[in-house]
Design a protein around this ligand. Structure first.
Ligand SMILES: Cc1cc2nc3c(=O)[nH]c(=O)nc-3n(C[C@H](O)[C@H](O)[C@H](O)COP(=O)(O)OP(=O)(O)OC[C@H]3O[C@@H](n4cnc5c(N)ncnc54)[C@H](O)[C@@H]3O)c2cc1C
Length: 421
């Protein structure tokens, strides 16, 4: 009987365990996690913090999932080292566990800047349910909070704090919110909606110091200005969790380098999710696309291959969606053409009054990216154009129209079976 070890009990790890079990009913599957919670929907923790979602609703699988699938789950067990030559992992408590095949699905952790005071009590990342609970515990005594960073997690944190009646200032080094997801025009709509709902923004500024003896008292900006705050949430992106592989022969850049089977450079080691670099459809090369659905799909493919399959990973696409105070926004693939890059064409509709923005980026008459704000109902059909590389010249003039949809491209769609997924 084979023994499969999975490090990480989240989107990628769970999806892989399910795929392994589907293909190998007898195998031993062991999952190790350094968290003390069964798998939960990480994307929902800001809504849990906001009070929009109850704790019992964020579990990713029912409580009996592990027993039902004969999976041994080890919580609060940090994997310290991997020894690929001996096909063995070592936990922090020095326990050693052997594997036939290993999946590394360690995800990522918040990037903390080297700002003076960053280690003070009251500074948090927002990555785990533990973070959300600790922040939540402080809110009854928090009047003013500060969020560092205007990415997806930073804005979700700001939204949650505001929903809990805490004053929020968001400090962003760049000149716009969501600079890794939206262009500046689309970002303007999102920022305006958040401002209308009481969230303040300080753009183009970095934090010089988090001030306070013991507890936090204030934030000092690079410009010298300061303001009072007693809680800081850092949302400045994530770094893949590489600790157990750093001293090994497993190859990594930002994340673990994988091939089309999601296998690392060692035959019995696979990687999936936020810790893995895999093929990106629009970039045409490897990158980390730190997204929940990407982690789920990679887990599924890696799991099937671990159990003896030969599934090809089709590749991921940077895509994201958010909704704040009733304003939805989606970005797919390439969302911004770099200055001076030739060969791209942008189709655009900007209607400030209607809170509507659409941008579709084409290259050689193929859609390679899009942004939708306000009306996002065509996300699926645009994603289909990008993924399936459907040539758009015959219906280009219709792409921005309100009534553009699947009927316009039906004859060209290759995968008709999964049309609306
Ligand atoms: C607040 C928030 C909002 C988000 N919103 C969205 C969204 O709207 N859409 C979207 O697509 N994505 C979103 N994401 C990102 C999404 O949650 C991640 O892409 C996804 O969780 C990645 O899954 P994963 O399985 O690769 O890793 P993770 O979910 O990070 O899980 C990895 C697990 O491995 C464990 N681990 C790490 N190292 C070790 C070790 N050495 N030993 C044992 N265990 C270890 C970790 O503790 C963790 O439990 C959001 C993330 C956050 C934090």
């Amino acid at each position: 009987m084979k023994q499969y070890v999975i490090i990480g009990n989240s989107a990628a790890g769970i999806s892989a365990a399910e795929a392994i079990r589907k293909n190998d009913v007898a195998a031993k599957i062991l999952i190790f996690s350094d968290e003390d919670y069964p798998a939960y929907c990480r994307c929902l923790i800001s809504y849990y913090l906001a009070g929009d979602v109850k704790e019992e609703k964020i579990l990713y699988r029912p409580e009996d999932f592990y027993r039902e699938n004969n999976i041994e789950l080890f919580l609060n067990k940090k994997v310290a080292r991997i020894d690929p030559k001996k096909s063995r992992i070592t936990l922090e408590d020095k326990t050693q566990v052997s594997y036939d095949t290993l999946l590394i699905a360690t995800g990522a952790s918040p990037k903390l800047p080297e700002t003076k005071g960053i280690k003070k009590r009251g500074v948090f990342g927002l990555r785990t349910i533990k973070d959300a609970k600790e922040i939540s515990g402080l809110l009854p005594i928090t009047k003013a909070a500060c969020v560092l960073g205007g990415g997806l997690v930073g804005l979700k944190a700001a939204y949650a704090l505001k929903k809990r009646n805490v004053g929020v200032k968001v400090v962003i080094k760049s000149r716009q919110v969501l600079s890794q997801m939206l262009d500046s025009e689309a970002a303007g709509f999102v920022q305006k909606r958040l401002e209308e709902n009481g969230i303040e923004f300080i753009l183009g500024e970095d934090v010089a110091e988090i001030i306070g003896n013991g507890d936090i008292k204030a934030i000092k900006l690079g410009s010298g200005k300061a303001f009072e705050t007693s809680l800081v949430v850092v949302g400045k992106g994530v770094t893949p969790n590489m600790d157990p592989i750093k001293e090994t022969e497993i190859k990594f850049n930002e994340g673990i380098i994988t091939n089309n089977l999601l296998q690392a450079n060692i035959a019995n080691i696979y990687a999936a999710g936020d810790c893995a670099e895999s093929f990106d459809l629009t970039l045409g090369g490897l990158c980390v696309n730190a997204l929940w659905p990407v982690a789920v799909e990679q887990g599924r493919v890696a799991g099937a291959n671990i159990a003896g399959g030969n599934l090809n990973y089709a590749g991921s696409l940077g895509m994201n969606s958010i909704e704040f105070f009733g304003l939805p926004a989606v970005s797919l693939g390439i969302y911004k053409v770099k200055d001076g890059e030739a060969g791209f064409e942008e189709l655009k509709l900007h209607d400030t009054k209607a809170n509507l923005y659409k941008k579709i980026i084409l290259k050689d008459n193929f859609a390679v990216g899009a942004i939708l704000v306000g009306d996002i109902k065509n996300s699926g059909v645009l994603l289909r154009l990008i993924r399936e590389r459907i040539e758009v010249s015959s219906f280009k003039d219709k792409l921005l129209r309100e009534n553009f949809g699947y009927p316009d491209i039906m004859a060209l769609v290759k995968d008709k079976e999964h049309l609306y997924v």
